[in-house]
Design a protein around this ligand. Structure first.
Ligand SMILES: C[S@@+](CC[C@H](N)C(=O)[O-])C[C@H]1O[C@@H](n2cnc3c(N)ncnc32)[C@H](O)[C@@H]1O
Length: 194
């Protein structure tokens, strides 16, 4: 299966977006609510309709960026949240991005890329972070599909990927998942190694 820009954009155009919760993912809301520095530079890769970016923006976070291959998804955010800075909605392949952030948020992006790109995800996220920057978010804790997204995984597999460049601070079953994902996802926080 070719996970091209066209594939993702048509999914949004056809509203074939089973992954879309229609609201901010509860564990991410809990995480965001304890952040106090509104100047943090935050990237949400493969953010899609990105209720997470909308929430952060509504809470006064000024440096929130979304990168996505789907222009339709980014246009949806623009339409829903007209005050969200257009320049922070980046229509690009995540792997081509060249910027630097404090935090990268993971929410059903890792499971959407071809699993053979997982080592590159580890490298690319670490390149996009300032020293001691972090990746925080959710990962599926189930095998899921072998031939199309969502591609699953488990804690030991994820730790194997990330330990090369990150210190694993948290990787545990999420406590307040969206009901449709209860018991099926891990909340994680990993810090870039110096
Ligand atoms: C399964 S969806 C998840 C969207 C959103 N995070 C959510 O939870 O609703 C995967 C998203 O990643 C985007 N995407 C896939 N590959 C990408 C890439 N290489 N660079 C940027 N975005 C990508 C797709 O367009 C899509 O919006």
């Amino acid at each position: 299966m070719k996970l091209t820009e066209q594939f993702w954009d048509e999914s949004y155009k056809n509203n074939d977006i089973g992954w879309d919760l229609g609201e901010i993912s509860p564990p991410l809301k809990t995480y965001f609510d304890q952040l106090t520095d509104k100047d943090l530079k935050i990237l949400i890769p493969g953010g899609g309709n990105c209720y997470e970016a909308e929430y952060l923006h509504s809470q006064g976070f000024k440096n929130v960026y979304v990168v996505d291959l789907s222009k339709t998804a980014l246009d949806n955010i623009k339409r829903r949240v007209p005050s969200f800075p257009s320049a922070h909605l980046i229509h690009m392949n995540f792997f081509d991005l060249d910027m630097t952030f404090d935090i990268i948020i993971e929410q059903t992006f890792f499971c959407a890329i071809n699993p053979n790109l997982r080592p590159l995800y580890t490298i690319k996220t670490s390149e996009l972070l300032y020293d001691h920057g972090k990746v925080v978010g959710l990962l599926f804790d189930a095998p899921l599909n072998a031939d199309k997204p969502p591609f699953g995984g488990n804690k030991s597999e994820y730790m194997n990927h990330f330990h090369t460049r990150y210190t694993i601070k948290i990787m545990e079953q999420a406590r307040n998942s969206h009901p449709s994902r209860t018991g099926k996802e891990l909340f994680f926080k990993i810090i870039k190694k110096p």
